[in-house]
Design a protein around this ligand. Structure first.
Ligand code: ADP
Ligand code: MG
Length: 358
């Protein structure tokens, strides 16, 4: 179907906003020969590198709610989901492509256009910080009253060196970056706040710009620099990003590597927001303890990686805390060791993203 005026003017707007962005401090964006404006983008990967491609949906109602997430957060998360996949493989992003379906009102009404503008502010903020140009996409009227976004990100890594889920060996030490459970805990806070404000129809609160990294649900920080450091320093045997929760993603890594794992409860770096009892107690979405949020809460977008026992893994990588949480073991079972050294089976319990009830 032919594009309507709203769609065409939005594409023009995106193009003008991104002709300056998407360039790095070195000048023209590394790797993009031709960006928005033609039928295809043209990319030029670095010599000796392979291309890595990832694609992720961000769907209203499944991955965010317009009454819980500020528009900047939705834009940020749309890009962050893809960047986190590249981070897990030690790749550097080359270019992003965004397919966006917007409800008709959003293309025409002033409030709708303001939402879209703020969505792009969030997306561009992260893109600029990570020097990822938006090199193309597609724009269409949504067939329903929902915002649907799909991001494709192309990255590159030295040939044969990308980190995989499958390289872990029994005896390797297991590490995570950052802290766990914060995204799930913040989501319950956002739900509570939205419920309290319902009658007033106030839009979701936007955190102070210099405090974004203290909001793991609204503004998760993809660990691109950590992934690059792991690859460059040849530290990791296997890696995965924590999108669905530690229990689920550790199960994926173990299955692909053909090993089991032991995780020490006392070692888990639990996010301070998850440790606040309020979030844990009052939520109706997921009444969960801080430990449950750290084990099963999704969307932290931290990295989980294995390293040989002799590897010297520093306590921080690229400025991000790195914590040893356990080991890979022979077999296929995954267990938790509690502070009394009792062993509990760890079942994959990460949510397959939150299922939202309207
Ligand atoms: P075509 O019909 O040839 O696919 P479009 O009219 O859809 O072209 O898009 C024109 C240009 O704008 C293309 O370069 C496309 O990649 C870009 N574009 C369209 N929508 C978006 C978007 N949401 N984000 C970034 N670039 C976009
Ligand atoms: Mg075309």
């Amino acid at each position: 179907m032919k594009k309507n005026l709203g769609e065409l003017s939005l594409i023009e707007h995106i193009r003008s906003e991104w002709s300056a962005a998407g360039r790095t401090s070195h000048g023209v964006a590394r790797g993009v020969v031709l960006g928005i404006g033609d039928d295809c983008a043209i990319l030029h990967p670095p010599k000796g590198h392979e291309l890595l491609v990832t694609t992720d949906f961000t769907l209203e109602g499944s991955h965010f709610r317009r009454d819980w997430h500020p528009p900047e957060s939705v834009g940020h998360r749309t890009l962050a989901r893809g960047l986190s996949d590249l981070a897990a493989m030690g790749a550097r992003p080359l270019a992003a492509f965004l397919s966006l379906a917007l409800p008709a009102k959003m293309l025409t009404s002033r409030a709708g256009r303001a939402w879209v503008e703020r969505f792009f502010t969030g997306l561009r903020g992260l893109a600029n910080r990570q020097a990822v140009p938006l090199a193309g996409g597609d724009t269409s009227e949504s067939p329903c009253d929902m915002v649907l976004a799909d991001i494709v990100i192309i990255g590159s890594a030295p040939a044969g060196r990308a980190l995989r889920r499958s390289g872990g060996r029994a005896g390797d030490a297991l590490y995570v970056t950052g802290e766990l459970g914060g995204a799930a805990a913040e989501l319950t806070d956002m739900e509570l706040r939205a419920k309290k404000l319902k009658s007033k129809s106030i839009s979701p609160r936007m955190p102070a710009p210099n405090r974004l990294d203290a909001h793991p649900q609204m503004f998760p920080q993809p660990r691109i620099e950590v992934g690059l450091a792991l690859l460059r320093r040849r530290l990791a045997t296997a890696a995965i990003d924590l999108s669905d929760g530690l229990s689920t993603d550790l199960t994926h890594l173990c299955r692909e590597s053909g090993v089991g794992a032991e995780v020490s409860v006392a070692a888990l770096p639990i996010h301070p927001i998850a440790l606040q009892a309020r979030a844990a107690q009052e939520s109706s979405v997921s009444p969960a303890s801080a430990l449950q949020m750290a084990l099963h809460g999704g969307e932290d977008y931290e990295l989980l990686f294995a390293a040989p026992p002799a590897a010297r893994v520093p306590r921080t990588l690229a400025g991000v805390r790195v914590t040893r949480i356990g080991s890979l073991v022979r077999g296929s079972s995954i267990s938790l060791l509690d502070p009394d050294a009792r062993r509990w089976p760890l079942q994959p319990g990460g949510w397959e993203h939150f299922t939202i009830k309207h």
